[in-house]
Design a protein around this ligand. Structure first.
Ligand SMILES: [Zn+2]
Length: 443
């Protein structure tokens, strides 16, 4: 099997090995790159465990967009793996690697501590046990350890939030991934079995992130700094994310001038020009949002003014690898406000607010009843003014929580909100309350 780097810089899927499969994947890549194909089509194409030949002795394995990819490097000392996939996908991923190379795993590098990148370590350790060889050494940034400790402290909360976001009631957040054996702070240079690795720390989606540079091959494994989507730096129910430092990390990657860019999620990007374009566009988009947000904050604006005043460059948001389909620029502005300015939004009523039910009852009384609030909410929603409608519907329901008709209106209003919402995250969290309202309306 040889690496397949055509003149126009397109990679290949070698799973199954046929020329037709390669040509088909190259065609699919071009359609993803142009924006003609949705990522779901790629997920479908790689679902049985697809291997992309990245360079001689380097492959990346994918099983879906939604789980982190795994890159394997063959060295004289054994395999080095970048990430492990999640517990569920690791078996299929590891089997694909084993079809390519049967030697023991020497080292595993976690690009960060998220479970879709670390959860497969158990499968890799079990493979070592079965062979009677020592488990691989795990290397990561120092803060991965702290993250794994935090997962123990907040397992209940993470279970609730993850269950909400993916609509899996009773979901239990997996804990107990093996912590790294060796950690580093800023950079780490390694030579393993004759192969050079340079690890760089940056903060972006997480505080514990690493990107990996193979200098002799000019291959960059970006981890989740590149995910074929708008940067996931604003998730409403997750710990702090770091938009400005994310942009800095992308600039550092760009300066390395990679020939091949292996993203944390989505297909491998071949060719220096395309790699540079993806890194530059991502950095430019984030820099724009950071600059605009800080400019308004530095003038003393309230959160509301910042949210209304910042706009993401439309041409960048339209790029197939930056579309805000998962996270949303508005959520990212919230996260930056929180990072630089704490939780107070600049509205004095929100510093020590009245109980929500008390405020709602007062407004319902002034409006002439909760029914009138609900009726106005319904009219606004039908007119497409869903943001405003949601406020009134929530006030009506908070004033009279057990009114099935009001809950029915609330469910309808939230349904309209979901229809207009473009981000998966936004849709998912709105749906939590839409389901609640629907259930209450039927009691
Ligand atoms: Zn990930």
């Amino acid at each position: 099997m040889t690496a397949h780097l055509t003149r126009d810089g397109i990679g290949c899927v070698v799973s199954g090995g046929s020329q037709e499969a390669r040509v088909e994947h190259d065609r699919l890549f071009e359609r993803l790159w142009s924006g003609a194909a949705p990522m779901e089509e790629w997920t479908q194409a790689v679902s049985s465990g697809a291997i992309t030949a990245v360079a001689d002795n380097v492959v990346t394995v994918h099983t879906t967009y939604f789980c982190g990819s795994v890159t394997a490097i063959r060295t004289a000392a054994g395999l080095v793996l970048i990430d492990t996939a999640n517990a569920e996908r690791a078996g299929k991923t590891f089997a694909a690697i084993r079809r390519w190379d049967a030697s023991p795993v020497h080292t595993v590098i976690y690009t960060h501590g998220h479970i879709d990148h670390t959860g497969g370590i158990g499968v890799i350790d079990a493979d070592a046990r079965a062979r009677g060889v020592p488990p691989p050494r795990v290397i990561a940034h120092r803060d991965v350890r702290r993250r794994l400790e935090r997962y123990l402290a907040t397992q209940g909360f993470n279970s609730v939030v993850q269950g909400q976001q993916f609509n899996q009631p009773n979901y239990i957040y997996p804990v107990g991934q093996r912590a790294p054996d060796e950690v580093y702070d800023d950079t780490l240079s390694l030579t393993i079995g004759g192969e050079r690795f340079e690890l760089f720390h940056g903060r972006g989606e997480t505080d514990d992130a690493t990107f990996v540079w193979l200098p002799e091959r000019r291959v960059l494994a970006s981890g989740d700094f590149v995910i074929w989507m708008f940067p996931n730096a604003g998730n409403p129910r997750k710990v702090q994310r770091y938009a400005a430092e994310w942009a800095e990390a992308l600039r550092r990657m760009q300066a390395l001038k990679p020939e091949v860019l292996v993203p944390g999620h989505g297909p491998v990007i071949f060719g220096a020009a395309r790699a540079a374009q993806v890194l530059d566009d991502g950095a430019t988009l984030l820099e724009s949002l950071v600059t605009q947000t800080l400019a308004l904050m530095n003038r003393g604006s309230t959160l509301d003014e910042v949210l209304r005043g910042v706009s993401a460059p439309a041409a960048l948001l339209a790029k197939p690898y930056l579309r805000p389909q998962y996270d949303d620029p508005e959520f990212l502005v919230h996260a930056m406000w929180h990072l630089y300015g704490g939780w107070f939004d600049g509205n004095p009523a929100h510093l020590k607010p009245a109980p929500a039910a008390e405020l709602a009852a007062e407004l319902a009384m002034l409006a002439g009843g909760a029914d009138r609030l609900a009726a106005r909410a319904a009219a606004l929603a039908e007119a497409g003014r869903t943001r405003l409608a949601a406020h009134l519907a929530e006030f009506a329901a908070a004033a009279v929580p057990h009114d099935t008709a009001i809950q029915g209106t609330r469910a309808m209003v939230l349904e309209r909100c979901i229809e207009r919402e473009t981000s998966l995250m936004g849709k998912a969290f709105l749906a939590v309350y839409q389901r609640d309202a629907k259930a209450r309306s039927e009691r």
